[in-house]
Design a protein around this ligand. Structure first.
Ligand code: F6P
Length: 322
């Protein structure tokens, strides 16, 4: 391998820069060139390539977002788009790729790797933590810390005004942000896409549970089965007009900010491992960390939506807020 192309694609996540830095510095250590591909698959198709050196990744380990920029590309979903991308990769003498992103990113990488002879290694970059083959994804830890900092502040108002707050967190298809931040912020209940009956359980709590609480926090994942916090808020207000209820949507603040130590270290470890893996002949695999050890998962497995939620976590939310 002579020239590794690195790109970020899909939603940005804190720690992506640390991953880019690790890939660049490890490759240069092995005298392998690195080409930065801007704007994910869009830039891969449109020829947005730039050579990277040690300096290009200076002073970025602490920055959120991605210096390579990111995009979601419709064109790359077509065989013609991928053909154009491969043509550009050849033209720019890129002979291996490191893809940083989530499910959509790896779906694209899998197809490109099947259709053309190019080794690709993926790094899990998404705040959602919804990939198989790693305990945590890059950005998840930062995002849940952003959430609990925000909820702690909301709690002050909830407590001062004896209110019930319905707080919406990100997670279109996954309740992992909601679940963990719900436990950490002492939430009354957590509503997530993966489980049914959450709303009825909440109603039951509000009707039969302790009445002496001065504040209540309910965390709702944006993809929950009721259709988000506004809808949950509407239903709660309808059924419990005596509660002083407010809705708060945290939104994209969850995607930004300085990555936590955990995300920086995770990104550095997998970024380093990606280059080593390419050198060792790996291809079409995502690198993650499971029980503290580097692991390799074929793209096909990584993007499978069969993540097992730990059902104990929901129970913990319930019991600890009784
Ligand atoms: O995949 C990460 C994520 O933050 C999801 O949780 C969320 O639903 C989605 O991205 C939002 O994407 P966009 O910024 O494109 O609206």
């Amino acid at each position: 391998i002579k020239n590794i192309g690195v790109y970020t694609s899909g939603g940005d996540s804190p720690g992506m820069n640390a991953a880019i830095r690790a890939v660049v510095r490890t490759a240069l250590y092995h005298d392998i060139q690195v080409t930065g591909i801007r704007r994910g698959y869009e830039g891969m198709i449109n020829g947005e390539y730039e050579p990277m050196n040690r300096k290009s990744v200076s002073n970025i380990i602490q920055r959120g977002g991605t210096i390579l920029k990111s995009a979601r590309s419709d064109e790359f979903r077509t065989p013609e788009g991928r053909k154009l991308a491969y043509f550009q990769l050849k033209k720019n003498k890129v002979d291996a790729l490191v893809a940083i992103g989530g499910e959509g990113t790896f779906t694209g990488a899998k197809l490109l790797g099947e259709e053309y002879d190019i080794p690709i290694i993926g790094l899990p970059g998404t705040i959602d933590n919804d990939l198989v083959g790693t305990d945590f994804t890059i950005g998840y830890d930062t995002a849940i810390n952003t959430v609990i900092n925000a909820v702690d502040k909301i709690r002050d108002t909830a407590e001062s005004h004896d209110r019930l707050f319905i707080v919406e967190v990100m997670g279109r298809d996954s309740g992992l942000i909601a679940l963990r931040s719900g436990i950490a912020s002492g939430a009354e209940a957590v509503l997530i896409p993966e489980s049914t009956g959450d709303l009825n359980a909440l109603f039951h709590r509000l009707e039969h549970g302790r009445k002496d609480k001065s504040s209540r926090i309910v965390i709702v994942a944006e993809g929950d089965q009721e259709g988000g916090a506004f809808e949950v808020g509407r239903l709660v207000k309808e059924k419990f007009p005596n509660y002083d209820t407010r809705v708060s949507i945290l939104g994209h603040i969850q995607r930004g900010g300085r990555p936590t130590c955990m995300d920086r270290v995770l990104a550095s470890r997998v970024g380093y491992a990606a280059v080593e893996a390419l050198k060792d002949g790996h291809r079409a695999e995502m690198i993650g960390v499971i029980h503290g050890e580097i692991s390799y998962t074929p793209f096909e497995q990584a993007i499978k939506k069969n993540l097992q939620l730990n059902s104990n976590m929901l129970k913990i939310v319930e019991i600890l807020s009784l």
